[in-house]
Write a protein that binds this ligand. Sequence first.
Ligand SMILES: [Zn+2]
Ligand SMILES: [Zn+2]
Length: 418
Amino acid sequence: MAPSLPPDPVTVQVTFSAADFAVIREQARASGVTVEKYIRQFAVEQAHEDERLASKIPPPLPWPRRMVLVPPPVTGESFTSWMDAVARENLCGRNALLMEFWKVRRSPSSNTHLLAAALSEDDIARISAATGLPAEGITALLIRRYTDGIPALPTDGEWYEQARSFIMDYFFNANHSRWCPQCIEDNGGRWPLRWKLAWSYACPDHKVFLNVVCPDCRESQDSRNWPPDMRLWCPGQSRGGEGRRGGKRCGYPLAESTPQPVTDSRLIEVQRWINYGFGEGDRPGDGRNPRGLFVFPALVDLILRLRTPAMFGDADPVIAQATGDESRSYSMFTGLVSYRDQADPLIVAGAIYLADRLMTAKDRRAESDWFAALAREGQEARSRWDSEPLYVPPGIGQLVYPFVYEALLRQQVIRDSP
Ligand SMILES: [Zn+2]
Ligand SMILES: [Zn+2]
């Protein structure tokens, strides 16, 4: 098809920089044509190229029709959990929901996290039109709700930005979700978004630690493009003939997996504050506000790296046991930021317990010295090449609680310049 150029002859005024014009003149001379002819040829080629690109863009999808059966999201629910609820109600799979009902272009192989992260403004407008849920209501189900703003963070611009990106880089579990068995039993398999945050270690309503892998097949949950009716049963592959359904889906009832009770009430209190700090739930009525966790998020990360069993002697027995268990597999998750210690709710709970203790102790200096001395011992006990001081980059150093930072420097557990 002929490119849609203005009819010939036409007068077009074009401005070139002196440098560009020198290049054009040079190329025109090399091609043996006049500068005017060279520019005209270039314009025709450009028009062909635009035409070619335009023909590659697929035609727009039709606008979706309003669905009849749309269960509203429950408070704090994740996008994929709500999507599955809508699919279940309409007896269809995820891809049918996305492509046939919502008219959103999606690759069927997308994992659930990528799928939710990749939704464009146009996609959200389509989902809104199909479901009747306002666009803001849909955005609130997406992880960008946290990346866009964490209410508990200091308002100081630079600090805010650093702390926010540190939390999202280190403590957001991109490829799986934890769960409280009692919660999904009570609400029929609806999964809150906050269960994807590494700082969600307990359910304050049921006072239990969250689960992270299926007790039968050890698969993580809410990870892949699984059928929407697998929100109450493990969709993992059962191993060989030993599994519950011999080689098929594991099918373990997730609501029946036994959680471990939280006996330290401070851990529940801190979890309530963390949820509130992320903008969820009511402000806890009493107790100390552990906002320092948000202000100094790198402290939790440092504790994860430097911990020794001796630091958790007074902790909740479940945590003391988990942190003392050297054989515990911390590397069961791979992926951008869902890895190792951060993936284990008991280990993170231990680090948060200790961070809270260091920041709220009566004698914070003495407490920090105690921690640094144990960290030094631990470092020396490890292999030779692991006992070098840990390098803390300058921007990160200010995200560590100052008393602890200074104590660790004094003990040469960390160093702050290369
Ligand atoms: Zn619960
Ligand atoms: Zn399983």
